[in-house]
Design a protein around this ligand. Structure first.
Ligand SMILES: Nc1nc2c(ncn2[C@@H]2O[C@H](COP(=O)(O)OP(=O)(O)OP(=O)(O)O)[C@@H](O)[C@H]2O)c(=O)[nH]1
Ligand SMILES: [Mg+2]
Length: 228
């Protein structure tokens, strides 16, 4: 049973985000009311990320293999908490919303909680219009095919119970893992909820790691065929 003593493991996949990772860790620490461990997963950046993570007294886990999904799965394997939160290292999400994400799981109102950018506030320049269009298409397909009613399947800020993750087949290594979490949750009949959040643009000079078409095809295969 989840309660005030529950441990929340925050997994942060990071690839060349040395400019912003410190801010994300500090914001999480300042905002969380729960026992929290922060796990940053990286092994390919060599931009000083590891040193910053250690200075900020967070756990650093090395994953040399490339892929957003790969990094998250390695982080989950190291997570000790009953709840796993995932957030990007690029400081585009309001990390201070962490309690809003975790609370529905603690209260046993949901098994999965998504921080929705599409129901919330999208700051100018935060999401290119092609990405917004793609997300809307993918989310509509997901709702239709899997009988759900969510607004932002591609959000990088979400909470899930460790138990539900252990029962899921997390077969994607790329950006598609965000969708696999949700197709698996639907198959298990888990309760998915959302709250509106704010999405900020990336820091000046920081580069997206998302390859739009590669990610799009991976997600379509997951939704239609059930494999990546
Ligand atoms: N360890 C690791 N982290 C990765 C890899 N690819 C992406 N990431 C991280 O995963 C998170 C999501 O990647 P982003 O490039 O922000 O993708 P996105 O949020 O869809 O795109 P933007 O809206 O441009 O930020 C970021 O924190 C990246 O640094 C990878 O191969 N390995
Ligand atoms: Mg991002």
């Amino acid at each position: 049973m989840l309660n005030e003593d529950t441990v929340v493991s925050v997994v942060i996949p990071a690839y060349k985000e040395a400019k912003t990772i410190r801010r994300v860790i500090r914001s999480l620490k300042k905002s969380s009311s729960y026992n929290m461990e922060i796990i940053v997963v990286d092994g390919i950046s060599n931009d000083g990320t590891e040193q910053i993570v250690k200075e900020e007294k967070a756990r650093f886990v090395t994953e040399h293999r490339v892929g957003y999904g790969r990094a998250i799965k390695t982080g989950i394997d190291h997570a000790k908490g009953e709840i796993v939160v995932i957030i990007d290292a690029d400081d585009t999400y309001h990390a201070c919303d962490i309690d809003k994400l975790v609370q529905p799981l603690i209260d046993d109102h949901a098994d999965v909680c998504l921080a929705s950018r599409l129901e919330g506030t999208m700051m100018p320049g935060a999401m290119p219009s092609m990405n917004l269009f793609g997300n809307r298409m993918i989310t509509s397909m997901y709702n239709l095919l899997y009988g759900q009613n969510v607004s932002d399947t591609q959000t990088g800020f979400r909470a899930m119970t460790k138990k539900s993750l252990e029962q899921s087949d997390l077969y994607a290594d790329g950006m598609g893992l965000a969708t696999v979490f949700l197709t698996e949750a639907a198959k298990q009949g888990l309760r998915i909820t959302e709250f509106p959040t704010v999405y900020k643009p990336r820091d000046d000079h920081s580069e997206t790691k998302m390859k739009r078409f590669k990610a799009g095809w991976e997600i379509l295969r997951i939704l239609l065929l059930g494999h990546a």
